[in-house]
Design a protein around this ligand. Structure first.
Ligand SMILES: NC(=O)c1ccc[n+]([C@@H]2O[C@H](COP(=O)([O-])OP(=O)(O)OC[C@H]3O[C@@H](n4cnc5c(N)ncnc54)[C@H](O)[C@@H]3O)[C@@H](O)[C@H]2O)c1
Ligand SMILES: O=c1ccn([C@@H]2O[C@H](COP(=O)(O)OP(=O)(O)O[C@H]3O[C@H](CO)[C@@H](O)[C@H](O)[C@H]3O)[C@@H](O)[C@H]2O)c(=O)[nH]1
Length: 465
């Protein structure tokens, strides 16, 4: 099948490469000529594990090509995906400027019987609007077949995007007509053969399902972050509590890792857009607003813990940061909690030295001319620092040489915003370890009692004390 993918970012490029791998003839379009030239030469504009090999293989196989012109790409296309960015506007709503720009170009382009598929995350009703716009120019009045518009939201997560696309938990197709549903069923048939399930529904439900999923994920993270804070105040250990939560199949094990709050290009912006849609629909959206509020506070709590450790003042303090991307496996720093922390630290008069294995360039661009110092290695940024803050749980930060860290870190204190370090282990190296939601000093939890090696189910229950 001839497929066009408009927008060659994290979603568009992965979609294009994976659909080419499935045997389709794919043309990826982007208005950024520099990006298109790099992609034609097999160079990736961002970091995504495995994507460079997949890109090279599909270019070599002749199934994938790149274009700057939508009109040129659309010749003989059977399916065209819209996968451009839909970032937040200042009022929280999704900015559809780029998407509508592409739609107007499509409206001015003569194409045959091609299904237009919205893959970008868009407010409910956007598909209806696009269909109207396209059919005002195409359609029966212009003596051409009616243009059909479907919704096919994407659920991949960065850092594991190829795996997610090849083996999706489900493929959602929102179609208001038989023809577009059939075209997408045909396109995704190889994925269904490998076990993916196709879920058909009307277009508005598909658009809403995307926001609903991200709202649920964000809600779990905010809930576990709030519980972690509470556990700390009440003298309970959140790690043990999480084990209990995860063992309940009704609750499930995913998205229960407390941390510095959720970041990235999706959860924060999609929550904002959904809240905006709720407002327009006259719905109060109490839960969604609380999820967002807890997330904002979570970043603030980390900053407060660092500031309080130094008696309320950060002037002349040097803070080392490990990890800049919003999560491991990506160089994406959009809404990364690390950037908010760096701005707050610099604003309080601290100096910051930061290191990330892949996101240094992206962070440099995002931080602009702030006074952040970018180090050459994880150890290098600890040199003479008063504190180290672990912000992204990259593999290389999981079991560092704590001896070497302790030798360089002037302040001897580590703030673990991802809960990956054992405070006892760090103590043995002379390092103090703070985790979000930990018990304040002086508040002791009950001593943990280990289970006997071979529990005897017949044994009489012991009376406490
Ligand atoms: N990043 C993710 O993990 C993810 C996952 C699921 C869904 N989404 C959604 O998918 C959409 C795309 O996200 P992304 O992260 O890939 O965005 P991105 O910013 O990485 O990529 C968008 C691409 O579109 C190009 N573009 C913009 N306007 C264009 C135009 N007029 N013509 C041609 N190309 C144009 C840009 O140059 C860029 O390369 C968004 O709606 C996002 O919410 C993202
Ligand atoms: O238990 C957890 C899980 C995640 N996070 C944080 O949540 C954010 C988002 O993580 P993740 O969902 O892995 O990343 P994204 O790549 O943003 O993917 C989300 O957003 C995409 C864009 O809409 C969707 O397609 C995906 O399904 C959805 O997982 C990151 O800051 C994580 O550190 C936590 O704090 N605790």
């Amino acid at each position: 099948m001839k497929v066009v993918v408009i927008g060659s970012g994290y979603v568009g490029l992965v979609t294009g490469c994976c659909l080419a791998e499935a045997g389709n003839q794919v043309v990826c379009v982007d208005h950024d000529a520099g990006k298109v030239a790099a992609l034609r030469a097999g160079r990736l504009p961002f970091h995504e594990p495995g994507l460079d090999e997949l890109l090279a293989a599909q270019l070599q196989a002749g199934r994938l090509s790149f274009e700057t012109s939508i009109a040129r790409a659309m010749r003989h296309a059977a399916v065209a995906f819209l996968a451009v960015g839909t970032p937040s506007q200042t009022n929280g709503s999704a900015n559809l400027e780029n998407l509508l720009h592409c739609v107007h170009e499509l409206a001015d382009t003569a194409f045959e019987d091609c299904v237009i598929v919205v893959k970008s995350t868009v407010p409910i009703g956007t598909g209806d609007h696009i269909e109207k716009l396209l059919n005002a120019k195409h359609g029966a009045a212009a003596g051409q077949p009616r243009v059909r518009v479907a919704s096919n939201p994407e659920f991949l997560a960065e850092g594991r995007a190829i795996r997610d696309f090849r083996h999706p938990s489900r493929i959602v197709v929102g179609a208001n007509d038989e023809g577009s549903a059939q075209a997408l069923a045909e396109l995704y048939a190889p994925f269904v053969e490998r076990g993916a399930s196709l879920m058909f529904m009307d277009r508005r439900s598909a658009e809403f399902a995307k926001y609903a999923c991200n709202a649920m994920l964000a809600a779990r993270i905010s809930m576990v972050n709030e519980l972690a804070g509470l556990a700390g105040s009440l003298g309970a250990g959140m790690e043990a509590v999480c084990r209990v939560l995860k063992s309940d199949p009704r609750i499930g094990a995913g998205y229960l890792q407390p941390g510095a709050g959720y970041g990235g290009s999706c959860l924060p912006k999609d929550l904002r857009a959904l809240i905006r849609s709720a407002q327009e629909a006259g719905e109060p959206a109490y839960m969604l607003r609380s999820v967002q509020r807890v997330n904002r506070l979570q970043g603030r709590k980390l900053f407060d813990a660092i500031r309080d450790h130094f008696g309320g003042g950060l002037r002349q303090r040097r803070i080392a940061i490990w990890g800049l991307s919003f999560k491991p496996g990506t160089d994406d720093v959009r809404s990364a909690p690390s950037l908010a922390l760096i701005h707050a630290l610099l604003g309080a008069g601290a100096t910051v030295s930061a290191y990330d294995p892949v996101a240094m360039n992206a962070a440099r661009a995002a931080l602009g001319d702030t006074a952040t110092v970018f180090g050459e290695s994880a150890l290098n940024v600890c040199e003479e620092a008063d504190a180290l803050v672990l912000m992204t749980e990259w593999e290389e930060f999981k079991a560092p040489d704590f001896e070497a860290v302790a030798a360089r870190l002037r302040g001897g204190v580590v703030f673990d915003a991802r809960g990956i370090y054992r405070p006892g282990l760090l103590r043995r190296h002379g390092l103090q370890c703070h985790r979000l939601g930990e018990r304040p000093a002086g508040l002791q939890a009950g001593k943990a009692v280990r289970a006997p090696l071979a529990p005897n189910p017949q044994a009489e229950p012991r009376t406490p004390g």
